[in-house]
Design a binder for this molecule. Structure first.
Ligand SMILES: CCCCCCCCCCC/C=C/C(=O)SCCNC(=O)CCNC(=O)[C@H](O)C(C)(C)COP(=O)(O)OP(=O)(O)OC[C@H]1O[C@@H](n2cnc3c(N)ncnc32)[C@H](O)[C@@H]1OP(=O)(O)O
Length: 298
């Protein structure tokens, strides 16, 4: 197998001062987070490899301990996606995790605790951009879900085209448990997979589905033993890439158009809601208690 790492991407991901993202906004300077805490450095958090033979890249999320989506991390993911999208030979990307038993625990909650208004706004815009990129990319996207996949984690997996998950983990939208509400575009992408009623019920309860229930409902496409998830994702990717790229991408565009149109017309209002709602004292209290409960379960 011929593997090479994307020098350009690594280079880009290592230096995160000015961010950029091509789509729908001009570059901005990032206030450096004093809150966001991770056991990995920015350089270690995202590893990209590319297999020239299969024309498939792997995006390995390694922001320990739980791949919490901080502003810097989603910016890295977004830059990497854009680079891969522009790499003509690349046809697909597998998103996998380097965190034990966790695919992604969602947004880094620290981003929402006592945030500065400036950072909060950039954070949400960047998340919106990253989601749109992933949801609409020409690349075939497969999520290799080797562990829990919660809220913002489900945002990533549900934006992909295909999902392989390990047994005995949890997946879904639990935002209400934190006193917040998932944005409509994330809800739509889950609803596209499991239908209205299951989405409404799980959203209102903050219910996380087991891998097995997720398979039954269509929230994931396969459940295989944890040590086979990535291999299965690679095999499924190879099968998917037998379909001509442009026809596959046009079909995806056709199926996702309503969600994208709704997103584009609602994203400004969605941003306003987020930046107004998160700093409220009542929300801050609930978020704080949630973080405390995570810490005290040990
Ligand atoms: C009118 C409406 C307006 C709405 C406007 C608001 C819209 C907001 C929409 C937001 C959409 C998305 C939201 C999110 O994604 S919020 C995050 C939700 N995620 C979770 O609830 C997951 C929480 N984590 C867990 O359940 C467990 O950690 C997990 C099962 C994933 C792993 O368990 P494990 O036992 O292996 O590990 P620990 O629990 O010990 O965790 C290790 C350390 O990591 C910290 N941690 C965990 N998750 C997060 C996180 N999401 N962000 C930050 N930090 C996290 C945990 O506290 C441990 O830290 P310490 O080692 O310091 O104790």
């Amino acid at each position: 197998m011929t593997m090479r790492s994307f020098g350009l991407i690594r280079q880009c991901c290592n230096a995160l001062v000015r961010v950029p993202l091509a789509r729908e906004k001009s570059p901005v300077s990032l206030p450096i987070s004093h809150l966001s805490r991770s056991l990995t450095t920015a350089a270690e958090a995202l590893k990209i490899t590319y297999d020239e033979k299969s024309e498939v890249a792997t995006m390995h999320l390694c922001r320990k301990p739980v791949n919490g989506l901080s502003l810097e991390f989603i910016t890295q993911i977004s830059i990497a996606l854009e680079k891969l999208e522009n790499e003509r030979s690349c046809r697909g990307v597998i998103i996998s995790s380097g965190c034990d038993n966790v695919f992604c625990a969602g947004l880094d909650i620290n981003e929402m605790l006592r945030p500065t208004p400036e950072r909060l706004e950039i954070f949400w815009k960047t998340l919106q951009d990253m989601w749109l990129q992933l949801f609409t990319t020409r690349l075939m996207t497969v999520a290799a879900i080797t562990g829990h996949c919660i809220a913002g984690g489900c945002l990533i997996s549900s934006a992909c085209d295909h999902r392989v998950m390990a047994p005995n983990f949890k997946i879904g939208l639990n935002e209400v448990k934190l006193g917040i509400v998932a944005p409509f575009w994330l809800v739509d992408s889950v609803k596209n997979l499991i239908g209205y009623r299951q989405t409404e019920w799980s959203l209102m309860k903050g219910h996380l589905f087991s891998s097995e229930d997720a398979l039954r409902l269509g929230l994931v496409d396969k459940v295989v033993p944890q040590d086979q998830v990535v291999l299965q994702a690679e095999a499924d990717m190879a099968e998917w890439l037998q379909v001509p790229d442009s026809a596959r991408h046009l079909s995806k565009t056709l199926m996702r158009r309503d969600t994208v149109v709704r997103f584009r017309s609602g994203r400004e209002a969605d941003l306003k809601t987020f930046v107004n709602y998160i700093p409220k004292e009542s929300i801050q209290k609930t978020l704080h208690s949630y973080v405390e409960s995570l810490k005290s379960k040990k």
